[in-house]
Design a protein around this ligand. Sequence first.
Ligand SMILES: Nc1ncnc2c1ncn2[C@@H]1O[C@H](COP(=O)(O)OP(=O)(O)OP(=O)(O)O)[C@@H](O)[C@H]1O
Length: 310
Amino acid sequence: MADIVRVEGLSKSYKGGFQALKHVDLTIREGEILALLGPNGAGKTTLISCICGITSISAGRVLVAGHDNVTEYRAARSLIGLVPQEINLEPFETVMATVRYSRGLFGKKDNDAYIDEVLRQLSLYDKRDTQVRALSGGMKRRVLIAKALSHEPQILFLDEPTAGVDVSLRKEMWQTVAELQKRGVTIILTTHYIEEAEAMADRIGIISDGQIRLVREKQALMHELGRKVLRIELAQPLTEVPAGLDTYELSLAKDGAELVYTYDVQSDGTGITRLLTALAERGVKVRDIRTEQSSLEDIFVDLVEAEGQA
Ligand SMILES: Nc1ncnc2c1ncn2[C@@H]1O[C@H](COP(=O)(O)OP(=O)(O)OP(=O)(O)O)[C@@H](O)[C@H]1O
């Protein structure tokens, strides 16, 4: 996959001196969905605003399909659509007029056939003559996407597309984004919902404190992170892990009252039944068992904390 956006050594300090981005390097691949995941205030909005050229850069540069987004602003910007976090629509305008107006802002010639196509993609076509105020929240969000797509960009940035949105609308948005990707749009979204990154992204970038902590294929990340812990409460405490169980990743906790088995969720068999049988054969009596998923969230928090201390 070719690179469509390159961010090189990007730093951003706001007036007053606060440094929101610290030497960020990031490559976005053509056709992918990249989720930028990070806690509040991590710098996600600042990063996409800098890439889109609506916030000034303090150091470094951004290339959009080879165009520097400062020295070749127009060429770079014309390739980008940005869906902002806030719904800022003119309530009395119709859907069609709203989207047409956005296209005009980019100096593009009228092309209602294209806009109709975008509205169809977003299931808004039958609302094209409806005033924005009469739309549901989900439809308004799709109008924001239609506006962002109005000038035929190749890259779409979605800033927290589902913040404050209920579960069914969130799923609807995920579907919409997947459809857009199928049609060849490269998509970058910011989110602090881990399950959103998990559901949608090809790659996940984790950002905190103005720095990209890692960017990884989702599958690889889930593989690394998809570990579970089985806590086996023992009837009698042990002083050491019973012999002959080397194939299991076992440790003792709670002064030997608990045997902890860590296993990979992705592997075909978890080995739990075999482990429990092996324990019974060794006379180890089990009082209770419970599992804990080491979620993407745990790993995310661990990672952000560990990196923060490094
Ligand atoms: N215009 C501004 N002036 C000064 N500081 C700002 C400005 N905009 C953002 N910041 C600060 O920069 C940091 C990063 O903000 P940003 O909005 O990029 O974070 P975010 O990751 O998008 O957060 P959220 O998930 O809450 O939207 C925050 O500490 C924020 O307070």
